[in-house]
Write a protein that binds this ligand. Structure first.
Ligand SMILES: C[S@@+](CC[C@H](N)C(=O)[O-])C[C@H]1O[C@@H](n2cnc3c(N)ncnc32)[C@H](O)[C@@H]1O
Length: 311
């Protein structure tokens, strides 16, 4: 197995790799779906019935009609926000060392139809394609991905599994270096499911990327603010040494995000991205969105807490 050489890797990390991935997924600064994800999304939408649904059902799909509405309205928006938020980390040495080990474990809490998991998967496929192009990834080597999808809505879990399986089934050149190793669905609500998440970690290893995409609002409503904070603090112990926790939420919930990030001792920032709307409503429809992001390494955080308690 060819290992990354630090000097060479640093050169690549010095922006080249990120630029290559951007060129593939975000040409001219506009995020676009890869052909593989476009096919998976169009196929899934085409199988679902079209009918008017309420705003709440569109956000929190519980049946086939609301799932269709969610996939048409929110899928790409949240998908691109995950990619935009993770591109820096996924082209960093920490992440490259994880993929070099041959395994990646993703925990997607409030996964919906596996939106963020698909975003990470597709960006990883693009990353490995580019690493191979710059001769930093041996031909034939694969990364095995373990997915833990957690959602209280069964249609979300079922659709998420279908979409991930269809993505891998396409077996385009794009996905030849990644493998769907395990897919575990948990419909027990977070954070009451902590012991289940711990058991999965014991069996499959610590999670490398833990994602809370557009779920802290319902978690706050269901468990109260202290329940949300305790859940986030407890999940930190399940995150791997080089891993990250990602929290995403829209700009209308900035107060909640600021309160939450302060309570758990991390920073949050506003991010802006421009994306192509998909499925298309008009030709070349492009939108810019502002959203909140928290991305943190739990290992760094624990070190800071330990140091400040010593001081
Ligand atoms: C707005 S959707 C976001 C879906 C996806 N993460 C995304 O970014 O598009 C929020 C999801 O969280 C799920 N959810 C709500 N409360 C939950 C809980 N306590 N545990 C797990 N999932 C929950 C809902 O069923 C819904 O599918």
């Amino acid at each position: 197995m060819k290992h990354f050489e630090c000097g060479k890797l640093d050169r690549i990390i010095g922006g080249i790799l990120k630029n290559l991935v951007c060129k593939g997924l975000c040409p001219d600064g506009i995020w676009q779906l890869s052909d593989a994800v476009k096919s998976v999304l169009s196929y899934q939408i085409s199988r679902l019935p079209r009918r008017d649904v309420s705003e709440t059902d569109t956000r929190y799909p519980v049946n086939p009609t609301s799932m269709r509405a969610f996939l048409s309205v929110f899928f790409t928006r949240h998908f691109f926000q995950s990619q935009n938020s993770l591109i820096e980390y996924m082209t960093s040495q920490d992440f490259l060392n994880i993929v070099d080990s041959g395994n990646l474990r993703i925990l997607d809490v409030g996964s919906g139809p596996a939106v963020a998991s698909l975003a990470v998967t597709d960006m990883l496929a693009c990353l490995l394609e580019n690493l191979e192009y710059v001769e930093e990834w041996p031909k034939g080597k694969t990364v095995k991905i373990t997915y833990v999808l957690n959602d209280t809505s069964n249609i979300c879990l079922g659709t998420g599994q279908d979409m991930l399986c269809n993505y891998f089934r396409m077996r385009t050149g794009h996905t030849k270096s990644i493998m769907n190793n395990h897919m575990i669905s948990i419909n027990h609500a977070f954070p009451d499911n902590m012991s289940q998440l711990q058991r999965v970690r014991l069996n499959f290893g610590t999670y490398d990327i833990i994602i809370f995409s557009y779920v802290i609002l319902p978690l706050n409503e269901e468990n109260g603010f202290s329940g949300l904070v305790d859940g986030l603090l407890n999940i930190e112990r399940l995150c791997s040494h080089r891993g990250r926790v990602l929290v995403l939420q829209d700009k209308f919930q900035t107060t909640l995000v600021l309160r939450m990030s302060k309570a758990i001792g991390v920073s949050s920032e506003k991010q802006v991205l421009t994306q192509q709307v998909y499925p298309k409503r008009n030709d070349n429809e492009v939108y810019t969105y502002v959203y909140n992001r928290c991305l943190y390494a739990t290992v760094v955080k624990r070190k800071i807490v330990r140091q400040s308690s010593i001081a």
